[in-house]
Design a protein around this ligand. Sequence first.
Ligand SMILES: NC(=O)c1ccc[n+]([C@@H]2O[C@H](COP(=O)([O-])OP(=O)(O)OC[C@H]3O[C@@H](n4cnc5c(N)ncnc54)[C@H](OP(=O)(O)O)[C@@H]3O)[C@@H](O)[C@H]2O)c1
Length: 215
Amino acid sequence: MSLDGKISTIERRQVRISSDRDMSRVDALRASSDAVLVGKNTLITDDPKLTVKSSALREERIKKGLPANPLKVALGCINELNIDSDFLNHGQAGKILFTTSKSDNLKIDELKTKATVYVSSEDEINLDYVLETLYKLGVRRLMVEGGGRTIYRFLAAGVVDEVYVCVAPIIYGGEDAPTLVDGAGFTSDNAIKLELFSMEKEGSELVLKYRVLDA
Ligand SMILES: NC(=O)c1ccc[n+]([C@@H]2O[C@H](COP(=O)([O-])OP(=O)(O)OC[C@H]3O[C@@H](n4cnc5c(N)ncnc54)[C@H](OP(=O)(O)O)[C@@H]3O)[C@@H](O)[C@H]2O)c1
């Protein structure tokens, strides 16, 4: 995120915020995860590949008997998800979509040719259900990459163990730019409390790792 807590600019699309070194850190974090998850807006606007970029890290996973890439997971309405998207096509990785009945049946059927699709009857997809389903698929470590609304929902559901953030030396500003945690927000009574357990300075960037208290 930027120094002012933004994870994109007011254009709300993918921007490169941190250094190459930080991107390698994020790649290693992906490689150490069993699944990587994004919300619908990130899925549609960024169309992330969500794969491990380093061939050495992919090989290490294979040596451990793991697939080269973690599972890719997305949450939300999938009507705008293109069958040719990078999310669905780039890299050999399992793809899972948790969606709701807001998605068209025809679209769901089309996307089922490329991904496993779970359809919730509620507009709000229950995150315990998501985590139980992923657990049954062997996921023990899930990396939630964003965006801010999705991170809010995971924090609000009390299912986040750790928060890792790189603070980059840049300021984007703007009320409409997404921040690390958006959504409805918390009051002072139910705000998420954390404990810092690691702090690294790399050039002008800071990488901060926190444990969520009482998760
Ligand atoms: N800097 C970074 O590291 C980073 C990482 C990721 C994203 N981003 C940026 O973040 C921005 C997007 O963030 P955002 O907050 O607008 O959106 P988001 O978190 O990517 O997606 C939010 C949407 O996901 C769906 N969703 C998530 N959890 C759900 C649940 N439990 N039940 C039902 N639907 C659920 C909802 O879609 P529907 O209700 O509409 O179906 C919701 O509106 C983009 O600008 C992107 O570039 C930055």
